[in-house]
Design a protein around this ligand. Structure first.
Ligand code: DGL
Length: 275
């Protein structure tokens, strides 16, 4: 048993789709969330920069003495290496393996589509992980760099014509391949789930990394005997690296509930000063 918080980080607000699921399936757990809102997007940056940012995010959560660290960012998850994550003193989970496992279990005809940021798709992390699980599955990817900006700017309504046209453009080549399952490989995408559903012109199963990963986090805590002993609802501490004023409003869209807690603006230590 361990009453410390679960640490969750993302480049911005997208990781809150995973926090929403953690709240739902483990309401009594405390969470420390970090959104690196001053440096979003990560998905257009070089591998070296993403690795540096991710290590600074992890160091912030380590300083908070969390019992587990969750990378709730598709871009970071696609880029981080085992050398970095296996040396951490607490369990580490990212979104790739849980989401790939869920997609492999759900695919009906072995044709899985993956969408994500340019960095995520460039890494081919999903393709490699899926083929390790099932080598009979074919994977079709498409980078969707515009979607993060549309979501961050609140253009998330199902009838928003700009978002619809953008989603259509990105999904068309995947539909032409006949995918039966689609991984929403960026934590921002589940917020426009209804847009994906209405643009897809035949039945495709959508896989939300937040849902798949939250369940994986729960299993990991269970196996390690790290559930909290608390019975009442846990607290979530929100930390962002840019101004917190607008956070609450947008965050509530991702969380599906109002943010009543105070949101802290924090400064991350540069990587060199952490060693
Ligand atoms: N949250 C990031 C991801 O899941 C997308 C935003 C970004 O580019 O930083 O890939």
């Amino acid at each position: 048993m361990d009453n410390r918080a679960i640490g969750v980080f993302d480049s911005g607000l997208g990781g809150l789709t995973l926090v929403k699921e953690l709240h739902r399936i483990m309401p009594q757990e405390n969470i420390v969330y970090l959104g690196d809102t001053a440096r979003i997007p990560y998905g257009t940056r070089s591998r070296e920069t993403i690795l540096r940012y991710a290590q600074e995010d992890i160091a912030f959560l380590q300083d908070k003495d969390v019992k587990m660290i969750v990378a709730a960012c598709g871009t970071v998850s696609s880029t981080l290496t085992k050398e970095i994550t296996s040396s951490l003193a607490v369990p580490f989970v990212d979104v790739i393996l849980p989401t790939a496992q869920a997609a492999c279990a759900l695919t009906s005809h072995g044709k899985i589509g993956v969408i994500g940021t340019a960095a995520s798709m460039g890494s081919n992390a999903y393709g490699k992980t899926i083929r390790n699980i099932r080598n009979d599955v074919r994977v079709f990817g498409n980078a969707c760099p515009l979607l993060v900006h549309l979501v961050e700017n609140g253009m998330i309504q199902e009838d928003n014509q700009i978002t619809r046209l953008t989603v259509e453009m990105y999904l068309k080549p995947l539909m032409e391949e006949g995918i039966d399952t689609l991984i929403l490989g960026c934590t921002h995408y589940p917020i426009i789930y209804p847009v994906f559903n209405s643009v897809l012109d035949y039945k495709v199963t959508l896989v939300d990394p937040g849902k798949a990963t939250a369940q994986y986090v729960k299993n990991t805590l269970s196996k390690a005997g790290l559930f909290c002993t608390r019975e009442e609802k846990g607290k979530t501490e929100y930390n962002v690296t840019d101004q917190p004023q607008s956070f609450g409003q947008t965050a509530s869209l991702f969380l599906g509930e109002a943010v009543t807690e105070q949101v802290n603006q924090v400064r991350l230590k540069p990587l060199d000063s952490n060693s």
